[in-house]
Design a protein around this ligand. Structure first.
Ligand SMILES: NC(=O)c1ccc[n+]([C@@H]2O[C@H](COP(=O)([O-])OP(=O)(O)OC[C@H]3O[C@@H](n4cnc5c(N)ncnc54)[C@H](O)[C@@H]3O)[C@@H](O)[C@H]2O)c1
Length: 334
């Protein structure tokens, strides 16, 4: 390991009770969510290593961390087991975010999703177990609920998956449980529900709805809503997801081998979300409507009782707070 990584830096000072010399590996750390996790831990003074191949992540997301003594970047691919093993050397906690997102992209490229999301995650689990990592927290997704008919999503009631992306996340949850039970690696899976916030990509054809709405309204461009806009989602500000990752690393061992919904526990229809953002931006643009997207869930609202009880998770930011910070960020950027 590079000496610079262990060079002088301010010692950790924060509310999370990690040992002061703890070392963290964040895979996908140059992505939207991963960069926020890196940032929080670096600011708290911990040693943070980021493993990313920049396939969807960006250097600009971590530019402000690159000159910090307690931050190390490894450019590498989780599809390579040796890269994963080296990245896990001397690491105490792993937050595994690296994956390809997007339901429609996975319908186009199922083989890539199998390789990156499933095989890549298996490599990371194996590497973490070999290196005796203390806790392995990984990103799962609300997409695993598939065609479950209940509006309120509860961890132990999932339906059949509707896309290759969802299948990859469901499979990784099973591997996560197995590594916890068979390989002496404590794992916790976090099912994120529609995360949003600064740095989320707004320029890809696979971009999520909030960045697309904000960008198009700021640029006075037309907006097409898939379906009739009555479909609903539990939007989660990215800082809540950061909190969930850190709390999952510190949760009692009784919480390991489990998966948890990470959301606000509230949902909003896409039409109402659009009106909210248009109102904040004082935009007169009216949306038009297109076909329903294949593979999408109709409604999604999370029960977050389990995460509150076992992880001590408590979302500090609601949709309105999150939108305020996010819109301000895009206003500066665009
Ligand atoms: N954004 C959401 O709403 C949401 C919802 C549910 C789950 N998730 C999950 O959260 C995680 C992070 O998502 P995000 O929104 O930050 O996406 P993102 O695309 O911004 O971040 C993913 C990061 O992983 C990296 N990566 C991808 N393949 C890699 C590989 N083979 N090797 C190394 N690095 C690789 C990318 O370069 C990128 O930096 C993903 O696992 C995603 O499936 C996200």
């Amino acid at each position: 390991m590079k000496n610079t990584f262990f060079g002088g830096y301010n010692m950790p000072n924060n509310d999370y009770k990690f040992a002061k010399n703890s070392v963290f590996l964040i895979t996908g750390g140059a992505g939207f969510i991963g960069s926020h996790i890196c940032e929080e831990l670096v600011n708290m003074g911990y040693k943070v290593r980021c493993l990313d191949n920049f396939s969807t992540g960006k250097k600009e997301n971590i530019e402000h961390l690159l000159n910090k003594k307690n931050f190390e970047l490894i450019v590498g691919d989780i599809c390579d087991l040796n890269t994963c093993i080296n990245a896990c050397l001397n690491v105490d906690y792993v937050s595994h975010q690296a994956a390809w997102g997007s339901v429609p992209k996975s319908i186009k490229l199922p083989l890539d999703y199998e390789k990156i999301n499933i095989m890549g995650s298996l490599n990371m689990l194996q590497a973490a177990a070999l290196n005796k990592v203390k806790r392995f927290v990984y990103a799962s997704s609300s997409s695993v609920y598939g065609d479950d008919k209940n509006l309120l999503k509860i961890e132990n009631k999932v339906g059949s998956v509707l896309s290759p992306y969802a299948l990859t996340k469901k499979t990784v949850e099973e591997y996560g449980r197995l590594y916890n039970n068979l390989y002496d690696l404590e794992t916790i899976g976090l099912r994120y529900f529609n995360v949003f916030g600064p740095r989320q990509d707004c320029n890809s054809k696979y971009s999520a709805v909030i960045p697309v709405f904000i960008k198009n309204l700021l640029e006075n461009k037309k907006i097409i809503i898939n379906g009739d806009g009555t479909q609903s989602r539990d939007f989660t500000y990215v800082k809540n997801v950061v909190q969930a990752n850190l709390k999952a690393m510190l949760a009692p061992s009784s919480a390991t081998g489990e998966v948890f919904n990470i959301a606000c526990g509230d949902s909003i229809a896409i039409n109402s979300l659009f009106s909210k953002i248009a109102l904040i931006l004082k935009s007169q643009v009216k949306p038009s409507y297109g076909p329903i997207r294949k593979g999408d869930i109709k409604d999604s609202k999370a029960c977050i009782t389990k995460a509150k009880k076992l992880l001590g998770y408590n979302p500090n930011y609601n949709l309105d707070d999150g939108l305020e910070f996010t819109i301000k960020w895009y206003q500066k950027k665009i």
